[in-house]
Design a binder for this molecule. Structure first.
Ligand SMILES: [Fe+2]
Ligand SMILES: [Fe+2]
Length: 204
């Protein structure tokens, strides 16, 4: 499975070669590797609340017994789909181009997480365990680069995430933002690549 994009793991999915049916291996719950802290706060309550929920759902996945793992992973994937869609809406409402790197990274990561769900539903649990570990590395980096840049951008134009109103429309960009905006606007592609490389090294 080509699941090594944007820092997510490449997982072995080859079928067993033996004629004997392979026993489904047991996997192991682990202690949560990521906890919410002020260092993850972006001083944007709606975004922070979503991120708190993400961290909590990820911790539940990491601690889940095999019998519950796929259901908890599905809950995380569904939450992440809305999490990313929410940020995508904010970006598109405030001048980001549809193909900009933050939106693209959301799409790539969500695709990988859904592939993990499909594997889990087929009885392969190890990919989910590995992806959960990868997310504990990927998320802080994503939050502190792309999401942080987005939060600063939204504040700069006076965007209200509840009403969708822009208080300072004169501050909106005159040309669509093709990068991430904010803190990573100059080298967004490089930032995304580094995220992938870092996570892959961590997984090795
Ligand atoms: Fe986010
Ligand atoms: Fe994001």
């Amino acid at each position: 499975m080509p699941a090594n994009l944007s820092g997510m793991p490449e997982v072995a999915t080859a079928p067993p070669t033996s004629a004997e049916p392979a026993a489904v291996p047991h996997t192991t719950p682990v202690a949560p590797e990521l906890a919410w802290s002020d260092a993850l706060s972006l001083s944007m309550p709606v975004m922070d609340q979503t991120h708190v929920e993400f961290v909590e759902l990820l911790a539940v996945v990491q601690q889940a017994e095999d019998a519950d793992l796929v259901a908890h992973w599905q809950a995380l994937v569904e939450h992440t789909e809305e999490h990313f869609a929410q940020e995508d809406r904010w970006m598109l409402a405030t001048g980001f181009a549809p193909g900009s790197c933050h939106l693209t990274q959301h799409a790539v990561v969500l695709k990988v997480l859904k592939e993990g769900l499909e594997l889990g539903q087929q009885g392969q649990l190890q990919p989910i365990r590995q992806m959960a570990h990868e997310l504990t590395i990927w998320f802080p980096h994503h939050a502190q680069t792309m999401d942080s840049g987005l939060a600063l951008h939204l504040k700069s134009v006076g965007y209200d995430p509840i009403t969708g109103e822009v208080a300072q429309p004169e501050a909106l960009p005159t040309q669509a933002i093709s990068g991430c905006g904010g803190s990573c606007s100059g080298d967004d592609g490089e930032t995304a690549d580094n995220t992938a490389n870092h996570a892959q090294k961590e997984a090795a």
